[in-house]
Design a protein around this ligand. Structure first.
Ligand code: AVI
Length: 319
């Protein structure tokens, strides 16, 4: 084990995990869900019956593409910057319609993962060879600032999939404020927000009947075993999800079923029976909270596009 563990302790992942599990309450960053197995499980979540977010957003992008494109004023050259594009299934619909309309733009997906960008560039080159694509690897804000300094083109930013929900309300205000500083007046942003609705529907989406979300959460324990040489016994942890209609916060936890110790290279983490690890927040919003956030962070809401059930909104903001 000695050689195998060499280097693990120096990684950002190890340090985040040890500090997250040493505090109270114990917590892990949900960005670490997404290793190769987590990516596949997330694909399954998006396709499962109980998880409605992706279907709602696809419906919006399929049925209202023309109106969305009108709302971003695609007549002159612009850069279409996508933050956290995933596999591109959603944005490809917009790209197709923009190409059809002969819009002059460059598609710039930004992601921290090399493989996300490489796969997406290959997909766009294959399916829409006429689209100019220039993927960027790294931190969203570093990349946006780099773009601003390079050519001053107008930008339309896509932040789809409800990813903003994985921040607390305070964090998302800070994120939007920082985003505004990286943009220029007249730039636009399309944000996908999951809206408040019947609490049972929300809870079902994060505790699906097929147990995929449970496996998605437990995979992070297995990922730590694989990559950080820890010895979590995943059978001793149970997935639990809560939704509070008063705050709109949906939270996922892993609850420990008995007193135990988990060993890491150079750290031992004790767990008490019923102690939990906070795994993820998926914040839900009302329309007035969305426009309040836009105003407080220097944007105006141009238009909102809803799915037919009004469960989800793609909100177009102007800087
Ligand atoms: C990526 N993000 C928007 C998903 C969500 O709905 O919060 C992640 C997810 N976690 C469990 N299911 C889906």
């Amino acid at each position: 084990m000695g050689n195998f563990t060499t280097g693990v302790k120096e990684t950002r992942f190890y340090n985040d995990v040890i500090s997250g599990l040493s505090g109270f309450p114990k917590q892990l960053f949900s960005k670490y869900f997404y290793d190769a197995i987590g990516d596949k499980l997330f694909q399954q979540i998006m396709n499962c019956d109980d998880y409605y977010l992706t279907k709602c957003e696809m419906e919006i992008l399929e049925l209202q593409t023309e109106a969305i494109i009108d709302s971003i004023s695609a007549d002159d050259y612009f850069e279409l910057v996508e933050l956290g594009p995933g596999d591109g299934t959603k944005s490809i619909k917009l790209l197709k319609e923009l190409t059809h309309k002969k819009a002059d733009f460059t598609y710039i997906p930004i992601d921290i993962s090399h493989s996300v960008i490489d796969n997406l560039e290959a997909l766009v080159a294959d399916t829409l060879p006429e689209v100019k694509t220039s993927g960027m690897n790294g931190d969203f804000f570093d990349m946006l600032n780099q773009l601003r300094n390079s050519n001053g083109a107008r930008r339309v930013v896509l932040c789809l999939g409800g990813n903003i929900g994985n921040m607390t309300v305070g964090e998302s205000h800070a994120f939007c404020g920082k985003l505004r500083q990286s943009l220029s007046k007249g730039d636009k942003i399309i944000f996908g927000f999951d809206l408040v609705k019947n609490p049972k529907i929300i809870r079902r989406a994060y505790d699906d009947s097929e147990g995929i979300t449970k496996r998605f959460n437990l995979n992070l324990l297995e990922r730590m075993n694989r990559e950080l040489c820890s010895d979590f016994d995943v059978k001793k942890f149970e997935h639990y999800c809560s939704y509070d209609p008063e705050t709109g916060s949906c939270k996922s936890y892993l609850v420990c079923l008995q007193d135990l110790e988990v060993h890491f290279p150079e750290a031992v983490i004790p767990f008490k029976k019923d102690e939990y690890i906070h795994m993820e927040i998926s914040q839900k919003y009302t329309l007035s909270q969305i426009s309040d956030m836009a105003h407080k962070t220097g944007f105006v809401v141009d238009r909102n596009f809803f799915d037919s059930k009004k469960w989800y909104v793609d909100s177009v903001w102007e800087a």
